[in-house]
Design a protein around this ligand. Structure first.
Ligand SMILES: [Zn+2]
Length: 226
């Protein structure tokens, strides 16, 4: 069953904001802070909520800090804990709280079945096609081919707004079958996107870029038309 509009909590205290637009439409779920050292997405979602982010159509669900313990420590995972992004689909009876939390989040997405699920990340290395190891800064990452058209359209808009060579955004196909986004895509068939800003930019700029990505994605999917 879908959640009523308002603020709900994954146990015990992780808020999920649920909004409904005046017009019918799809659902979108935006989440940040699954890695506690990747803060631009967390702050972007908090600032958008403070600025009264609301859907015009359908439903919008926002989880600004998926892993508050790791976020407080500004670490990828909480001390002694697991990488929450690798704990999906999770297990309600697991000893590790990350696995229990992942299961709660899976229950939520299986109930809501959003058309779009975006997870906001950051990366220390800038994207370089020629690198030996994959690098992610300034990419929209997807794990199922063909590339969802929303990614190409969103990148075009980003690259019109952020014009320097370093700021350039690229799409990146990088399937990670154990990542939360891909487990969710496999489970419900939504469009799943990992948004990766490059930490080489100062924090304020990364936050502005994350906000722009969220606004363009919500516009394109038809949840908040701008
Ligand atoms: Zn991450």
């Amino acid at each position: 069953m879908a959640l009523a509009p308002g603020i709900h909590f994954l146990k015990p205290s992780i808020p999920i904001y649920v909004f409904e637009g005046d017009q019918p439409g799809p659902s979108a779920l935006i989440q940040a802070g699954i890695h506690g050292d990747e803060i631009a997405g967390v702050h972007a979602l908090q600032e958008l909520l403070e600025a009264n982010l609301r859907p015009t159509h359908g439903r919008l669900l926002v989880c600004p800090i998926m892993n508050p313990r790791a976020y407080r420590e500004r670490q990828r995972a909480a001390a002694g804990g697991l990488d929450l992004n690798r704990c999906f689909p999770g297990d309600a009876n697991a000893e590790a709280w990350e696995r229990r939390l992942a299961r709660q989040f899976m229950d939520l997405v299986e109930d809501e079945r959003p058309a779009l699920m975006a997870t906001l990340h950051e990366s220390h290395k800038r994207y370089d096609k020629a690198a030996d190891h994959p690098t992610f800064g300034q990419t929209l990452v997807y794990g199922v081919e063909p590339m969802p058209p929303i990614i190409g359209r969103t990148i075009e808009r980003l690259n019109r707004r952020f014009e320097s060579a370093q700021e350039r955004w690229d799409p990146q196909y990088f399937p990670v079958s154990t990542s939360s986004t891909e487990v969710i895509v496999d489970a419900i068939g939504c469009v799943g996107i990992c948004v990766e800003t490059w930490m080489g930019f100062e924090e304020r700029h990364r936050i502005e870029m994350q906000k722009a990505v969220v606004e363009y994605l919500l516009d394109d999917v038809g949840v908040r038309r701008i």
